[in-house]
Structures are given as C-alpha cells and as structure tokens.
Design a protein around this ligand. Structure first.
Ligand code: 4AD
Ligand code: MG
Length: 432
C-alpha cells in the first residue's frame, strides 16, 4: 500500500502513487471501465478502474462493490479538468473492507420524512457535507471575532433552577428530588460574569420545549451570547452588526465551494456589511400596515410572516428596536423616555429568514426587577442571586443571543433549520 492521503490534499500528490481510505459513493459500470466515486470525508473523487491496468481479481472486486462499501484504493492521481474536483485517480489496486448491504439512500429523490429517519446515513451526502462545513465555519468565525474583541469565554450551566425566557418552554428534569430545568439561555449567568470580568460570552446548547412545528424551531439549538458591562442598546446594535458581518464575510471567503454546491446566490450575502438599518417596533407596525397587514395591532408579537414582510424592505439585516415592554422578558430595561417600550432589539435576517438575534439593555434597577419577577409570576427565591447583582455595584449593561441554526439556514438559504444541525431535536422528534 502507498502512503495514505486525504482527497482534499490530492493536488499535492499528482503523479505519485497514493492510497485513499473511504467509501464508495456511487459507481458507473462501462464494461472494461469501472468509474468509482470515492469519498473519504474530506471530499469526493472519481477513481477509474481499467481492466487492462489492474489484476483480474482487482477488476472483479471493483465490479462487486455496492454503494457505501468501505474500501482502500491505491492509484495515481492526475489532473482532469472534466472531473468535478479537477482530479481523477487511475486505480492500481483495491482492498475491500466490507461489501455494504443495500444502502437505503440512493441517488434518486427521497421524501424528507424518510431522510430524517435515516439522518445518521443522510449525513454522508454532499449537500449535508456542505451545510455542516458551513456550520463549523460559522462557529469558528463566532469564536474568532469574540476572542479577538476581548470577550472572555465564561461557560454557563445547562442544569438550572429557574427560567430565563418565560416558563412555558421549560424542559423539566428531576434534580435529586427537586425540579430543575435545561437552560433556555446563559444570559442571567452572563450578567453575574460581566460584573466580575467586564466582557464575556457563553456558547453552547440551549433548550426550549417549543410546541411549534415551524421551519425555524428546534427544541435543542446552539446559541452564542455576548454580554458586557456599561453597554447600552446602541452599543449592542453596533457590536451585533460588526459580528454578523464578520461571520457572513468569512463564510463567503472560506466556503465558496460549499455555497456553490448549495447553489446559493452569494450576491445577496455580499452586501451584508455595517451599518445595518434600524427601525423601531412602532415604525415596523406602520410598515406592516402599508404592506397590507392592516389588522396588526400595536402590542402584538411579530410572527414569521410579519418579520418576513418587514425584512423584505431591506437589503441587509435590519434591527427592530424598542418592542413593547409587556411583550418581552422580565429583565428588559424600560425606555426612560417611554416605559411602554423597552431597550430591546431583534435582528431580522433578509430573504424571509426573520429573527436571528434577540437582545438588549438589561434593567439595572433592583426595585423594578423585583416588581417584574412578581408580575411575571416567577419564583423569587430562585432569582435571589440575580437580584444580588443589582445590590452590589449595579451598572447599565447589555448583551444578545445569536442562534447558530437560524444563521446557518439563512447563509445557506435552506428551507428548514433541521439540516443545519447534525441530529436535530424537534417537536416529537428525537430519533436518531
Ligand atoms: O430571542 P431569544 O429567546 O433571546 C434569548 O434567549 C436572550 N436571553 C439572549 C440574550 O440576550 N443573551 O433567543 C435568541 C436567539 C433567537 O434570535 C434565535 O436565533 C435563537 O436564539 N432561537 C432559536 N433557534 C432555534 N430554535 C428555537 N426554538 C429558538 N429559539 C431561539
Ligand atoms: Mg427572541
């Protein structure tokens, strides 16, 4: 066997015998020629088995291969402009590890239900590769930007005694005889952390027992949450637009191949640069009225169609700020000029994708928060530690949370978030 190389590095080995370790993605039988499409996780390549150039045993082995058979292929790579990746392998030898049983996912079309039941196998397709590679680049870009802008990574717990984003979407679990909940957001702990470290972020899985079956809801999703002391609503929107622009521009630069596989029109992403437009919730309601949503009442929550209608009017993502106080979470700071609205803002992505970020300025006022906790029927005892933060050197502060899956769905222009995470968790869906 020659030296093992990965398909992604094949260009460096042109003319030299190498061994690939992978699986058979697809095969075309042309009599004396067998065209094997081999994948190894880093890419796909066509390996050509010519009867005259290999032993009869090797040729016979090639003929027996079924889709997803595991194999080692030894051969010489050469440039082939007509091949999809620009290279082809002239096969010298084959070693078959297993002839795979009939693979359920064939190159023909399958329904989404079927593919979701076979998600563990569906991951092997070029499209899923492209999406999950974009996801990985998005996550790396998130860390790069925050780490290089002095946000300190401070991890927050997953098992918690209290709600952050309302009590209706809590996943309850038994914690040695008392109820505990899977975290909906690390924000409240971030608020403790910034009083110690100034600028922090947490990044991990978050959970919502969402009873909604929509194209943008998961019950387990990844959220990155930056938070900082002495920050205002305007500071948050400035940081948010820089952050999102960096993520999008980085993916455009580094994932051109993936976006091409996904047939993404990248011109729509190129314009994602600061500054982003900003409108108030009240202006958004006026816009909705102009766009035919004449029944929409001030004070109502924006649904997916409303968010899509608003973002349609803008090329770039748009911040909608100063939502009605009554609509938002207990911790939002009321606007001192008009306490009916709060210092919150959501970022709506273009092309109908809707909210990808939620955030704002937090109330720094002990008495106001005590009232809010009572008003929202939250169990005060579980929030004592949080109230302490307003007793010992309280300061204005802000932060936000960006959902990874919705961001990836938008960047890749996918119909549904289910493809943006390796094993999606959704309403009544936990297999595989
Ligand atoms: O707007 P949300 O609920 O905000 C918070 O949790 C704040 N505590 C964050 C903060 O200020 N630190 O969620 C933030 C983002 C949304 O904009 C969305 O991108 C994503 O998290 N998200 C979901 N993604 C997929 N499925 C769900 N069920 C989601 N719920 C929220
Ligand atoms: Mg939100």
């Amino acid at each position: 066997m020659a030296d093992h190389v990965y398909i992604q590095d094949i260009a460096k080995h042109v003319g030299h015998e190498v061994t690939l370790k992978g699986w058979l993605a697809d095969k075309t039988d042309k009599g004396k020629l067998q065209f094997l499409r081999v994948r190894d996780g880093t890419g796909f390549i066509q390996a050509v088995v010519f009867a005259k150039e290999v032993s009869p045993g090797t040729f016979e082995a090639a003929k027996q291969l079924t889709q997803e058979s595991s194999l080692l292929v030894t051969g010489v790579p050469r440039a082939e402009p007509r091949a999809p990746g620009g290279y082809e392998l002239s096969v010298k030898d084959l070693q078959v590890l297993q002839i795979a049983k009939e693979f359920p996912i064939t190159p023909k079309e399958h329904g989404v239900e079927f593919l979701m039941e076979h998600r563990h196998l569906w991951l092997r397709s070029p499209r899923q590769h492209a999406i999950l590679r974009v996801r990985a680049r998005v996550i790396r870009a998130i860390r790069e930007w925050l780490d290089s802008h002095d946000f300190l990574l401070v991890d927050t717990p997953i098992l918690t005694p209290a709600a952050v984003e309302g009590t209706t979407t809590l996943f309850e679990t038994d914690y040695f005889g008392t109820p505990a909940y899977l975290t909906q957001s690390g924000q409240l702990y971030n608020e403790a952390d910034i009083m110690a470290f100034g600028k922090v972020y947490c990044f991990g899985p978050t959970f919502r027992a969402e009873k909604s079956k929509t194209r943008r809801h998961l019950t387990e999703f990844w959220m990155v949450e930056p938070e900082w002391a002495y920050g205002t609503l305007d500071d948050y929107m400035r940081v948010g637009e820089e952050f999102v622009s960096y993520i999008v521009q980085t993916v455009l630069k580094d994932c051109a191949n993936e976006l091409r596989i996904l047939e993404r029109d990248t011109s729509k992403l190129e314009s994602v640069t600061p500054p982003f437009p900003r409108i108030t919730y009240t202006e958004a309601v006026e816009l909705l009225h102009q766009k035919g949503y004449s029944d929409f009442q001030w004070g109502e929550d924006l649904g997916a169609p409303h968010e899509a209608a608003i973002s349609e009017s803008f090329e770039k993502p748009v911040f909608v700020h100063r939502y009605p106080t009554a609509m938002k979470a207990f911790y939002m700071a009321p606007d001192p000029n008009d306490p009916k609205v709060c210092l919150s803002a959501d970022l709506l992505a273009p092309e109908g994708y809707g909210e990808i970020i939620g955030g704002g300025e937090r109330s720094a006022d002990l008495e106001y928060l005590e009232q809010q906790i009572e008003h929202h029927h939250l169990p005060r005892a579980a929030y004592e530690w949080y109230l302490d933060l307003r007793k010992y050197g309280t300061v204005p502060h802000c932060g936000f949370g960006l959902g990874v899956e919705r961001t990836v769905a938008w960047i890749c222009k996918l119909e549904h978030v289910r493809e943006t995470i390796p094993f999606p968790r959704m309403l009544e869906k936990i297999y595989p």
